[in-house]
Design a protein around this ligand. Structure first.
Ligand SMILES: Cc1cc2nc3c(=O)[nH]c(=O)nc-3n(C[C@H](O)[C@H](O)[C@H](O)COP(=O)(O)OP(=O)(O)OC[C@H]3O[C@@H](n4cnc5c(N)ncnc54)[C@H](O)[C@@H]3O)c2cc1C
Length: 170
């Protein structure tokens, strides 16, 4: 349905369509609105084959039942349309999310939960792996929740916190 609507729009607004996709100096003339959310969404990763790995062995993402990810963030389309109206622009979304309903992220976080012991989590509160002395996990996988914003500074702060807990050699 969305795809048909898009084709209909492209046919009835050919200049806007061509300008939005093939305008010279595209990077200078385009504003990208990145919309994030706090929702506790999840996906699973496994080594396998899919259309996206061209059926070769690679990393494949699956939905986790009960935590399905919505391809559209509430309010984002309204904000984008309003922004386009005020800047005399053309509102467009990503092909994967908006036309194919496939959610995307550049912020893959979690997977190594923090817990008091090996039954409750993989690492302790200093990010040392339970029962493996001297082994630490210090990256985005120990993020306990979705911050809803760009995560790299939080990951860096957590890494600094972990290092502050390591005893210096005498
Ligand atoms: C396109 C894109 C744009 C982004 N934009 C932003 C942004 O604007 N702001 C922001 O805050 N965040 C942004 N992020 C997210 C941010 O980059 C990540 O959340 C962050 O880098 C994750 O840090 P990390 O240390 O967990 O993993 P990474 O930074 O991915 O580090 C993992 C490292 O491990 C190495 N590695 C992997 N496998 C092995 C192996 N077997 N042996 C040895 N080394 C290995 C990799 O080469 C890599 O250097 C963006 C991400 C993407 C993909």
């Amino acid at each position: 349905m969305r795809l048909l609507k898009f084709i209909g729009w492209a046919l009835t607004h050919p200049i806007d369509f061509l300008k939005a996709l093939f305008l010279p100096g595209w990077a200078h003339n385009v504003t990208i609105l990145l919309v994030m959310q706090h929702a506790d969404n999840r996906m699973r990763f496994r080594i396998g084959r899919s259309l996206f790995t061209l059926f070769r062995t690679g990393m494949v993402a699956d939905e986790e039942p009960g935590y399905e990810i919505n391809a559209q963030v509430k309010g984002s389309h309204e904000v984008t349309r309003e922004f386009a109206k005020r800047t005399n622009g053309v509102a467009l979304g990503s092909i994967g999310e908006n036309l194919l309903g496939m959610p995307t992220t550049a912020h893959i976080l979690g997977g190594a939960p923090i817990g008091k012991n090996a039954d409750e989590g993989l690492v302790d509160e200093s990010f040392a792996v339970h029962n493996y002395e001297g082994l630490y996990i210090i990256d985005g996988s120990i993020m306990p929740a979705n911050p809803g914003v760009n995560p790299s500074l939080t990951i860096t702060a957590l890494a600094e916190y972990a290092m502050s807990k390591v005893q210096s050699k005498k």
